[in-house]
Design a binder for this molecule. Structure first.
Ligand SMILES: Nc1ncnc2c1ncn2[C@@H]1O[C@H](COP(=O)(O)OP(=O)(O)OP(=O)(O)O)[C@@H](O)[C@H]1O
Ligand SMILES: [Mg+2]
Length: 364
């Protein structure tokens, strides 16, 4: 997927089951963006079922955008469920990096190199060893994403794991725009440029329409991820629709208006949301337990960061805070973008978290 000379302009394209979003960033400013709601069945669990309609939707975003997209090169994310990441350390030897990684990777994970596409990001290196975060993507899925973007007139340049884009989007790396967030962590004089806050354990929650992703990070590096298809924005909407005998469209509106407030809608919406948040809190605790026992880290001071459209659900932070006893904060997907961010724009771009992270690849 790597070009000898990578294109200087690239847009981020986030294809989800119920929506597609595109963002172009130029010189750390938002240049163009747009989204399209997909009907059910076009993309299912990250697999493209209807190529024509997915391609049409992408084209529509690009042509309808008020501010024009000025590149056909695209960075795409692969669904969490269809890909995984692995940290590996390899000897620092001369030669073609791609070939070296392909040679070393099977020593770390049982992977058939003929069936996967790889993406990598260097995390650390010293004289003898180099450390890489490797994204491993089944080739079949990768080919489908490449095919559909080409049908829409785009040229895919990079495919990456969604968790990488999310971290790039919301972790602040303004302190030094010439190096990326990961590399900065390992520069010699860490204290000078790395904010303390990025070292501690964090769980990023991407609250999407069809699933919730949990990304465990420490030292600013993704440790592991979990994807939950039984906790989602759609589940809440469906629950409201059934309980209150409303269409899905009406239920979606009610969800946004009432949020988690016990006072609004006679607390009916809250009860449905509460049950969902309780399950989420339970999953967070399990994730922490797993991290503590398998990685030997303390999770007492884990910070939880919310992103994705579901983070806009009114009152969600307070409830999660009570149930998990952790500090909760809303992500700012505009943190690495120099447009002036305020609460309103952060809310507006919360569903664009992944697309923004993709568009920032090679920029930060
Ligand atoms: N103000 C709000 N209150 C409650 N829920 C909201 C609000 N705004 C957006 N959402 C919910 O966020 C969800 C969409 O979020 P997002 O755009 O991040 O999902 P997606 O990326 O399309 O889906 P996925 O990541 O699951 O594939 C929807 O379920 C929507 O109802
Ligand atoms: Mg999403």
């Amino acid at each position: 997927m790597y070009f000898i000379t990578p294109p200087t302009k690239m847009l981020g394209l986030d294809i989800s089951d119920l929506s597609i979003k595109a963002v172009q960033i130029e010189k750390t400013k938002l240049k163009a963006w747009g989204d399209y709601s997909l009907p059910r069945g076009i993309v299912e669990e990250g697999m493209i079922k209807d190529f024509e309609r997915t391609a049409e939707a992408i084209k529509k975003i690009l042509t309808d955008s008020k501010r024009k997209f000025t590149t056909n090169y695209a960075v795409l994310s692969l669904p969490e469920t269809k890909s995984f990441i692995k940290m590996i350390e390899i000897p620092n030897k001369k030669g073609n990096l791609g070939e070296i990684i392909k040679y070393e990777l099977p020593k770390h994970v049982p992977v058939d190199l003929d069936e996967v596409e790889l993406d990598w990001q260097e995390i650390k290196s010293n004289g003898r060893k180099r450390k890489f975060l490797i994204g491993i993507i089944p080739e079949e899925v990768a080919n489908d994403y490449i095919k559909v973007s080409r049908m829409a007139g785009l040229e895919p340049v990079v495919l990456e794991i969604e968790a990488q884009s999310i971290v790039r989007s919301i972790m602040d790396c303004k302190t030094d725009s010439s190096t990326n967030f990961f590399k900065k962590l390992f520069l010699k004089d860490k204290k000078e440029i790395v904010k303390k806050e990025i070292h501690g354990p964090k769980i990023i929650l991407d609250l999407g329409a069809t699933r919730t992703s949990l990304i465990m990070i420490e030292y600013g590096i993704i440790q592991f991820t979990v994807s939950l298809s039984d906790i989602s924005g759609e589940d809440i909407t469906k629950g409201i629709s059934e309980k209150m005998n409303l269409t899905l469209k009406e239920a979606e509106k009610i969800k946004i208006i009432c949020g988690n407030s016990p006072k609004k809608c006679k607390g009916c919406v809250r009860n449905i949301i509460k049950e969902c948040i309780e399950r989420l809190a339970e999953k967070i605790k399990n994730m922490e337990k797993f991290y503590e026992s398998h990685f030997g880290s303390s999770v007492r001071e884990t910070e939880i960061i919310l992103c994705g459209g579901g983070a806009n659900l009114a009152g969600i932070s307070n409830d999660l805070k009570k149930l998990t006893n952790r500090n909760i904060r809303l992500a700012n997907p505009l943190v690495n973008i120099s447009n002036n961010a305020n609460d309103e724009s952060i809310k507006k771009f919360m569903p664009y978290t992944t697309a923004i992270g993709l568009a920032l690849r090679r920029i930060i």
